[in-house]
Design a protein around this ligand. Structure first.
Ligand SMILES: [Zn+2]
Length: 89
């Protein structure tokens, strides 16, 4: 798995394309596993620290077989929820 800067905590995360390259899955030792749309890393990275910290805690608290899916809603705001990992395979 290639390494990239984690958009949530700036640590080093493993990342890989999923969903035919439309999404990227990050595996970070701090933020656990989360998925974002392809190309949204810099947008996520420039969110407020408060917002990013919220996503990190949400991701850390997802149950074992779940990951955090971060999406942009109709209002253009980022939102996240725990989803089953198997939904993304
Ligand atoms: Zn991280």
């Amino acid at each position: 798995m290639p390494k990239q800067k984690c958009p949530l905590c700036d640590g080093i995360a493993g990342c890989g394309g999923i969903d035919y390259g439309r999404k990227i899955q990050f595996k970070c030792s701090n933020c656990k596993v989360f998925v974002i749309s392809y190309g949204r890393e810099s947008e996520i990275g420039s969110l407020s620290e408060w917002k990013k910290q919220g996503f990190i805690s949400q991701s850390q608290n997802c149950p074992e077989e779940y990951l955090l899916h971060i999406t942009k809603n109709k209002e253009g705001k980022f939102d996240a929820r725990c989803r089953l990992k198997s939904d993304f395979l």
